[in-house]
Write a protein that binds this ligand. Structure first.
Ligand code: COA
Length: 273
């Protein structure tokens, strides 16, 4: 089981989304292990609330997304709700509007995000994982997008992220077959950045999160913003925003602190300004 921090724990969606903070690291846990953390609409909305609160909390420098238990990160959208909420195009429109809005928060998240994945990461779980900045996975993980097995289209945003991570050919193989791939294959094709033994996954994830949380927030924001612009079509790139964040960094108290700390042979203490 994951040693997810219990400090400052808060919950949304009847306890199915948990939110906690430890050492500047925000943690969001998908917490419906009996259903392999399948996401109901209420959970999507709870995810949105947790993301918003952690985004607006100045003490939080980085956010980890993970699943409760050792069987799943997220096994996709909760299929048991489909008959009521997603049974045809009109119903699906409303369902998508409500769940897309929460994923949009993650897509434009100003702080770094890490998906800590063990077990099944399927369908909507892949959407969440692919929206995170970094994916770390346990060696028992399984990845897949079974849309073709259900008869649904996966949508532009999810496929854009899939193609940008694994390329169009692997995206086609994954989508046409609906097959599941293991962690080793996911690592090889660039879907995840690192695979760890399950027992080490949480500590390794926290170590990376803590490393990020003591680095200069503005410099990380500059990297995140600039990489996002690199991924856009050239005609849509906001070069002025890249220039502005670079100016902000060079004029920041943190840059002064960074270079002074180096010369004084001590650890810098960054404040994000
Ligand atoms: N939606 C709703 N319920 C789900 C679910 C989902 N996406 N994934 C799992 N569950 C439920 C199962 O119905 C089962 O419920 P039950 O105990 O009431 O029978 C429970 O979670 C455990 O699942 P089970 O299939 O028995 O576990 P498993 O470990 O053998 O397999 C999965 C796990 C995730 C591989 C399998 O449940 C599965 O294929 N789920 C659907 C995945 C999917 O299609 N996702 C995309 C949705 S768009």
């Amino acid at each position: 089981m994951l040693d997810v921090p219990k400090s400052n724990e808060k919950s949304h969606a009847d306890g199915k989304i948990l939110q906690s903070i430890q050492d500047g690291v925000g943690v969001i846990t998908f917490n419906n292990p009996d259903k392999r953390n399948a996401m109901s609409l209420e959970m999507w909305e709870g995810l949105g609330s947790a993301l918003t609160e952690l985004r607006d909390n100045p003490d939080v420098r980085v956010v980890i997304l993970t699943g409760a238990g050792d069987k799943a990160f997220v096994s996709g959208a909760d299929i048991s709700q489909f008959e009521k909420n997603r049974h045809n195009a009109a119903a699906s429109e409303e369902y998508s509007r409500r769940s897309d809005a929460q994923r949009a928060l993650l897509a434009s998240y100003p702080k770094p995000t890490i998906a800590c994945i063990r077990g099944f990461c399927l369908g909507g779980g892949m959407q969440v994982a692919m929206l995170a900045d970094i994916r770390l996975a346990a060696d028992n993980s399984q990845f897949g997008i079974p849309a073709a097995k259900l008869g649904i289209a996966y949508g532009y945003d999810g496929l854009k992220n899939l193609v940008s991570l694994v390329g169009p050919s692997w995206a086609r193989l994954i989508m046409y077959t609906g097959m599941r791939i293991d962690s080793a294959e996911a690592l090889r094709i660039g879907l995840v950045e690192r695979v760890l033994p399950g027992a080490n996954l949480w500590d390794a994830t926290m170590e990376i999160a803590r490393t990020i949380s003591v680095n200069a927030p503005l410099a990380i924001k500059a990297a995140k913003l600039t990489i996002a612009q690199v991924l856009k079509d050239e005609s849509k790139r906001d070069m002025a925003a890249i220039k502005q964040i670079s100016t902000d960094c060079m004029d920041s108290a943190d840059f002064r602190e960074g270079r002074t700390a180096f010369m004084e042979k001590r650890k810098p203490k960054f404040q994000g300004r």
